[in-house]
Design a protein around this ligand. Sequence first.
Ligand code: AMP
Length: 211
Amino acid sequence: MNLLVLGPQGAGKGTQAKRISAEYEIPHVATGDMFRALDASTELGREVGEFMARGDLVPDALTVEMIENRLAEPDAADGFVLDGFPRNLAQARALDAMLGGIGRVLDAILFFSISDEIGMERALSRAALEGRADDTREVIAHRLEIYHRETEPIVEHYRTTGKLIPLHADRSIEQVWSEISEALQQVVAGVGSTEPDKSGAAGFAGGGAQR
Ligand code: AMP
């Protein structure tokens, strides 16, 4: 199952993506984690660290190449849950081309919607808990601005696929998880089927999913 979690920071994507990864035994591929794991003493690590510290996007070429290599690893052969990528239309198109090239498609795009206020408060408390140096109020506000400008347009890109599953991300972790697992059961049923989908692609997420 090839999945993507989409939404602003503080929406709980990472938490839910980790749970999906564990339940469905597919790797959680998070570009932010991959960038944070780079060795800061290398030139690449230093360069990426500067973009992250400002809350700016790392250049597309670097990000796309990293994802292409990661998805080619054997553990991603049966699926993956992408988190933090794509973050703009160019990356979304690169992902479409990349998947098309290996005969794969996204099975569902989980869209976490949440207000900026709640997202900001959640991101700030996570920053305090995890000691994430790039998560100051100013940097989070900058990243939200980039989210609205660069990332939000890809929601419409994915809505046209009929595979977008909108979630109420302001609810509790358990409530969001139950929305996700219900929707994914239907996705799994669709992925497992060898019959072409005659039900209409938008219908699979349990009625009302295409709000
Ligand atoms: P995250 O942990 O997803 O919030 O990402 C932390 C930081 O990593 C972002 O603020 C960006 O600087 C960088 N980053 C993560 N994913 C991407 C991406 N897809 N494209 C460009 N930069 C990214």
